[in-house]
Design a protein around this ligand. Structure first.
Ligand code: GUN
Length: 287
């Protein structure tokens, strides 16, 4: 039987409906959630992602402020701007779109963003919180994957989960979030020998490798849940994930499509984090 298709657009839409209520409640108290988006240089893919985030903010009533900064900006200037945004009470979230130009010290940038406004969840405080289970903001893509699994009533506890990809943005936080939910987690990456030996054991397979069609049917177990985080542009301009969707969907029990699976959830969780940041700031202010 072909796999159930996990509809990320549907869950994203349902969740965004709920956000409007929260934003109205804040509005009644005179608070509009505000997100600052810093886009440095002119990477075309980054411009597309930022455009999506800005549009999604507008649709639910979050005020977004995009700052396009030249690729030639100095570290000091960029850090200075972040310090100003940290102190701005109208800003509840600060997002610096990655990747950054090579001369920019990314670690320094991410550590300069106030942990209380770190809606991407990349600050060491929030990364450390993922390890201990006390994080304030979880990174948006893995957070979206967890929400999709919950929505689909797919159990996590005690399951064998294999994460393919060990990036700071997706693979590593994904593994920590699933460990926190008592899964047995294996992390594979570009240097893993005989990837199939691991993937074949997965009850839940999360793939964030950035390699088109890396996962083929022979590599998965019958009935596995397959989550495809990949977004790859092929030479013909089409977008494909890291999974051979046609083949794998004949063997999996549930699978996310690309596009329309994880992607819409990433942006949705950014909205959630931004609204929650505004709610936290307002609650602190009241007490
Ligand atoms: N570049 C690719 N993914 C992300 C993300 O989730 N946040 C930011 N800031 N940059 C990215």
């Amino acid at each position: 039987m072909p796999a159930r298709i996990i509809d990320g657009r549907a869950l994203a839409k349902a969740m965004r409906g709920g956000f409007v209520t929260r934003i109205e409640a804040l509005g009644a108290e005179g608070v509009t959630p505000g997100l600052a988006v810093l886009l440095i240089g002119d990477d075309p893919a980054s411009a597309v992602y930022v455009g999506r985030k800005v549009k999604a903010c507008a649709a639910v009533g979050i005020a977004s402020f995009t700052e396009r900064l030249p690729a030639s900006i100095s570290n000091a200037e960029l850090l200075g701007r972040i310090v100003e945004l940290n102190a701005d009470p109208a800003i509840h979230g600060i997002l610096v779109q990655l990747p950054l130009p090579a001369h920019i010290d990314m670690a320094r940038v991410l550590e300069t963003i106030s942990a209380d406004k770190d809606v991407d969840g990349f600050h060491l405080y929030n990364v450390g919180g993922l390890v201990t289970g006390t994080t304030v903001f979880s990174p948006c893509t893995p957070y979206g994957v967890v929400k999709l699994l919950e929505y689909e009533n797919i159990p996590i506890e005690g399951q064998n989960v294999v994460v393919v990809g060990a990036s700071n943005i997706v693979g590593k936080p994904m593994a920590l979030m699933l460990m926190a939910r008592d899964a047995t987690v294996s992390i594979c990456h570009a240097k893993t020998r005989d990837l199939a030996q691991y993937t074949i054991l997965a009850d839940i397979l999360v793939v964030a490798a950035g390699v088109p069609r890396l996962i083929v049917p022979q590599m998965i177990k019958h009935g596995a849940v397959v989550i495809d985080v990949g977004i790859n542009r092929l030479p013909d301009g089409s977008i494909t994930g890291d999974v051979d969707f046609e083949g794998v969907s004949q063997k999996a029990s549930a699978i996310t499509p690309v596009p329309g699976g994880v992607g819409p959830m990433t942006v949705t969780m950014l909205l959630d984090n931004t609204i929650r940041s505004a709610e936290r700031a307002h609650a602190l202010h009241r007490h």
